[in-house]
Ligand binder design. Sequence first.
Ligand SMILES: N[C@@H](CCC(=O)N[C@@H](CS)C(=O)NCC(=O)O)C(=O)O
Length: 218
Amino acid sequence: MLQLYSYWRSSASYRVRIGLNLKGLAYEIIPVHLVREGGAQHSAQFRQINPQQLVPVLQHGHRKLRQSLAILEYLDEVWPEPALLPSTSRDRQRARALAHLIACDIHPLNNLRVLQYLEQEWNVPQPERDEWVRHWMTEGLAAAEAMLANHPSTDTYCEGTLPGLADCCLIPQLYNARRFGVDVTAYPTLQRIEEACLALPEFDAARPERQPDAPAKA
Ligand SMILES: N[C@@H](CCC(=O)N[C@@H](CS)C(=O)NCC(=O)O)C(=O)O
């Protein structure tokens, strides 16, 4: 009933995999290789699935759901338990603000198509492109650390004692940060939350290296 168009290393897909696992929903992964042969996301077939040429896409029956945050909120509306969002407006606002910080303000600047554009249109060399990525990640993660450290709502997870929307975004972003050589020890609260999340089977099963399309030695 649920099929997820996903790429093992895509952090936006990783968010949705965590959300589906937290909800205890069974789903089939349909891999979309973002790099091989120019990227399957640009194929005519996949453009029918997502005109934005991005993963993830969740197919629910005949419906195609796009945009990871909108998908996570949909999951929460259709399968309310366990909730990904807290019960009060104030706490929901905070969880969404953290999620948007990552998904709207850090991630899009560092996406594959942006890095390819810098390389192909502006001849930006690899070291500068990597530095660009690290700059935006460091700035965003430092803000997330400041928002989470010593806040009364921060507990085992970003918001209280249950994992939710903000954690679905934070853990994939930290995976990305390490990939690009960001020193995550500068963010002790984020690291502590990451450790708690990855100890849960729902997060563990969503890890890039556990995906059917991950290379054998990932
Ligand atoms: N805002 C979108 C972002 C999706 C996105 O950027 N996906 C990336 C992988 S993490 C992608 O498909 N990139 C392909 C490309 O850049 O060509 C969401 O949250 O779903």
